[in-house]
Design a protein around this ligand. Structure first.
Ligand SMILES: NC(=O)c1ccc[n+]([C@@H]2O[C@H](COP(=O)([O-])OP(=O)(O)OC[C@H]3O[C@@H](n4cnc5c(N)ncnc54)[C@H](O)[C@@H]3O)[C@@H](O)[C@H]2O)c1
Length: 269
């Protein structure tokens, strides 16, 4: 637990990535918060602030293999992780074993990976937020989807997501969360990923991934009926939408009881 007057020490894994850099920029701009450590598998020894295109911060990028030693030495309160699933499944339990709270933004976990992360969080009595999307707008979008699904339960439902050409996992974690929100509202739905060949439509939710250029993140949910359709859409214009939410979550988690939370808890939905 961090007192109101204390600075929160925040570390970042994936510090040299697209999201990591923007998160460092947000940490630096946040009162009562400082970057305590930065980890990556690239650019080790370089200044994390310089890598993030902010000022020189005097925090060097550490090798992720040294995560336990560095988190302990730097008295880190929270680790923000935006990396890749196989990295998170190693780094998050290591941080939890050091008593460090977690904000996990990485997507694309298998069920086993997610279970291992949850287990480490609960076993080590730390607090964590795990969310496939830290933007305020997307979390409002999830709630609108519940409402639409209740009213349009017999319409055909399709989810179409679009991301930049460097994104590794598909479909996006946000598309999967949107499908889960709708499925839970409607008492369970089958998912079909893309369609090819002779594939007559049933009562499933169709999920489709588009990859191209520098698209930050678009999600459209289509409810199609006879003679009409409703499209509910969220578009992220900048990664700031996610980075700002993740840093807000890092401030919130320091006063949370041990457990696993979602953005709904932070936004008070
Ligand atoms: N939850 C959200 O709101 C949200 C938003 C955007 C992206 N994402 C997710 O965040 C993740 C990262 O996205 P990105 O666009 O920044 O990717 P990126 O490829 O630009 O950055 C990932 C960084 O992680 C580093 N890395 C890889 N293995 C590592 C390890 N073992 N330890 C430490 N660092 C390691 C890479 O070197 C790289 O610098 C993806 O899973 C993406 O889907 C989530």
């Amino acid at each position: 637990m961090v007192n109101d007057n204390d600075n929160i020490n925040v570390a970042v894994t994936g510090a040299c990535g697209r999201m990591g850099g923007m998160i460092i920029e947000n940490i630096v701009k946040t009162d009562n918060m400082q970057l305590s450590a930065a980890f990556d598998i690239n650019n080790i020894g370089k200044d994390a602030g310089e890598m993030a295109h902010v000022d020189v911060l005097g925090v060097t990028v550490s090798d992720a293999n040294d995560i336990k030693t560095v988190l302990t030495e730097t008295n880190t309160d929270v680790l923000i992780d935006f990396t890749i699933a196989p990295a998170t499944v190693v780094n998050a339990p290591a941080a939890a074993e050091c008593g460090v709270n977690l904000i996990i933004g990485t997507t694309g976990f298998t069920e086993q990976q997610r279970a291992a992360i949850d287990d480490a969080i609960l076993k080590n009595n730390v607090a964590a937020v795990i969310s496939p999307n830290y933007s305020v707008g997307v979390n409002v979008f999830f709630n609108i989807l519940k409402e639409a699904a209740r009213s349009l339960s017999d319409y055909d439902i399709e989810i179409i997501e679009a991301h930049h050409n460097q994104k590794k996992d598909a479909p996006s974690g946000t598309a999967m969360k949107a499908a889960d929100v709708i499925s839970e509202t409607l008492g369970g739905k089958e998912y079909v990923y893309g369609r090819n060949g002779l594939v007559p439509r049933g009562k499933e939710i169709g999920i489709h991934a588009v990859r191209g250029g520098d698209i930050v993140g678009d999600h459209t949910v289509l409810f199609a009926g006879n003679g009409e359709r409703v499209e509910i859409k969220h578009q992220a214009h900048s990664r700031q939408a996610f980075a700002g939410g993740a840093v807000k979550a890092a401030a919130w988690i320091c006063n949370a009881k041990p457990g696993i939370y979602t953005m709904d808890d932070i936004l008070g939905f």
